[in-house]
Design a protein around this ligand. Sequence first.
Ligand SMILES: NC(=O)c1ccc[n+]([C@@H]2O[C@H](COP(=O)([O-])OP(=O)(O)OC[C@H]3O[C@@H](n4cnc5c(N)ncnc54)[C@H](OP(=O)(O)O)[C@@H]3O)[C@@H](O)[C@H]2O)c1
Length: 336
Amino acid sequence: MRAVELKGPGIESLALVERPVPEPGPGEVVLRMRAASLNYRDLTTIRGVRPGVRYPAVPLSDGCGEVVAAGAGVSRVSVGDRVAPSFFPEWISGPPPPEAKDRALGSPLDGCLQEYLRIGEQGVTRAPEHLSDEEVASLPCAALTAWRALVVEGGARPGERVLVQGTGGVSIFALQFAKLLGCEVVLTSSSDEKLERGAELGADHRINYRSDPDWPARVREATGGRGVEHALDVGGAGSLRRCLECTAPGGHVGVIGVLGGAEEPIPIRLLMYNNVRLTGITVGSRSDFEQMCRAIELHRLRPQISHVFAFDDYLQALELMQRGGHFGKICIRFGP
Ligand SMILES: NC(=O)c1ccc[n+]([C@@H]2O[C@H](COP(=O)([O-])OP(=O)(O)OC[C@H]3O[C@@H](n4cnc5c(N)ncnc54)[C@H](OP(=O)(O)O)[C@@H]3O)[C@@H](O)[C@H]2O)c1
C-alpha cells in the first residue's frame, strides 16, 4: 500500500513509500482509507516543532475509512462499516487518561495519510450517513474540539454570545455549532472576504482583527458592552488575554490553540473579578464524538470543506494550509 512517511523534521522530509497492508490483531480492525483531512497540528508535527514525534511517522490524525478486516473478538463494528478513527483512539469517556497525549493519531501513532490504517475497535465511530467521505474526515479533531469547548465544557445555551476567532477548521465548526444551538456569534478574521463567507453561515457580527487591532473593544461594542459568554481562543500568545478582555462575567474561555505562540501571562485580576472559567481543551473522548455525530446527523449539518486534493497532491494541501488560504477544512481524497 502507499503511505506518506515523515522521515525527519521539515516538509521536505515527507516521502511517498510502499508499506505492507496491515493485518488486524485481536480487538483490532483495518480501515481502507477513503479520505483524510488536515489540521494545523499536522503542520507543527511535520515542521518538528511539537515534542514527541518519532520518525518515520505517518502524518494526519483525521480520516474516514471503511472496515475491511476485523480481528478476533471485534464486536463494535463490522466489515463494510464506514467509520472515523478517534484522534485519541484509547480515550473513551470522561477526562483524558494521563497517557492520552502519547497515544494520538498522526504522531506519535501512525496517522491517516496511508491507504490502510490498523486501529483498535474502541477507537472508531460509525460515520453520519448523510456526510461525504471528506466531510466525515473533517470531524475527528477540528469539529470535536469546537464541540467540546462550546457544548461539553462551555454548556452553551440559546441566546448566549460566542466569540469565534479566525476561519480555520476548529473555528468554522464552532460557528456552525453555535448557530445550531441558537447563539449569537462574533466572528473575527484577517480577511474581509472570509468574513463575508462567515456571514453566509450566520455570523452575526464580523471583525477584521488585522485591520482593527483593538478587536476586543469591537467585540464589546457588538455585544452591547457586556462581552461574550463563550470565547474559543485559538490564538494563544497575544490573544488569550484579549479574549479575557471581552468575556462577560461568569463566561467561559476554551483554551484551544497556539497560533500566535504558547506562552502568555494570565491577567489574574481580570479572570478573578469576572469569575471567568478557563478550560484547557485537548480534542475530546469517543463518547463526546458520538454525541456530536448524533447532533450533526439530526440537524443534517454539513461541514465546510474548503478544498479537496488527490492523495498524490498532499504537498499542495499542506502548502495551502501553511499560507492560510482556506476557509474551513482542507481534505485529501484517496480514490478517483
Ligand atoms: N487543543 C486542541 O484540542 C486543538 C484541536 C485542534 C486545533 N488546535 C489548535 O487550534 C489552532 C487552530 O487550528 P486549526 O486546525 O483550526 O487551524 P487552521 O485551520 O489552520 O486555521 C487557522 C486560522 O486561524 C486564524 N489565525 C491565524 N493566526 C491567528 C492568530 N494569531 N490569532 C487568531 N486567529 C489566527 C486564521 O484565520 P483567518 O484567515 O480568517 O484570519 C487562520 O486561517 C491551532 O493552534 C491548533 O494547534 C487545538
